[in-house]
Design a binder for this molecule. Sequence first.
Ligand code: DAH
Length: 344
Amino acid sequence: MKERLEELKQEALLQVEQADTSEDLQQVKVSFLGKKGPITEVLRGMGKLSKDERPVIGQMANEVREAISEAIETKQATLEAKKLEQQLKEEKIDVTLPGRPVPTGGPHLLTKLIQDIEDLFIGMGFSVAEGPEVEQDYYNFEALNLPKDHPARDMQDSFYITNELLLRTQTSPIQARTMEKHEGRGPVKIICPGKVYRRDTDDATHSHQFTQIEGLYVDENVRMSDLKGVLNEFAKQMFGNDREIRLRPSFFPFTEPSVEMDISCKLCNGEGCSVCKGTGWIEILGAGMVHPNVLRMSGFDPEKYSGFAFGMGPERIAMLKYGIEDIRHFYTNDVRFLKQFHQA
Ligand code: DAH
């Protein structure tokens, strides 16, 4: 039995030695020290031994078991240390690697354009004014010289909430509201960006909701030439120094005289192409000298004060500036579209 125990010990120690992983080691532990293992078997057979032999073999069996356990524990520690070392080697962080870019958002193309236009006019001494999107009929129409029977007030064109309340159809009511606040004293020099609403069917060039920027300058001795100077500056800063502008006679109820401003077509340099429909000019905005009725209704004396106003659509400007063909792109927010206009 002594020899058997010695053999077992040697064999176990050899297997411990050869174990490469914790799993191998566990296997060795189970097969030698487990309940069904050979050492247990030896201990079970002790009943057949003589009284003298029993304690000797018992002690020896315990020693063998302990020796094997100890060898397993030592090997286990070695394996773990090795594994850790391996891990440390493999998972080394290279701090010199360039970072992975984190995708960032940015202002929407229209937001950015409106901010740029604001900055441009702030640079010419204008300040920014705002007004409510749910507007009174009085400010949206009446105070702008649009009498009750004017065709532009047709229910077809406006989203009415009650008889006296509607979603504003233009940013022009901010003119009337701001002048009223000034109580007849100039100067008033504002631009007014905001959302407007019309009962239009959405297509490539129409949207039931879009944005406008209104401009108003009221003071003593404001003239048409001032309007032309400001618009010229705007056009050059927005579209490039080589652009020409021209003013064409037009009609708006709140201005007299009224004009529409065109810029020379950049694509064909005024020769005529499909974008400018062969004319060499592209319409950008409506403008004019503030109608005396509008001044009077908002508390300004038309004998003393005069002013100019203009209104433009940022969507239209963006479409021309960037060659965007469908107004709906601004609102459907496809990131692939928006991303093209990101500036870091
Ligand atoms: N409110 C006009 C529109 O929605 C645009 C406009 C034209 C505004 C001429 C003005 C202006 O202030 O003078 O079509």
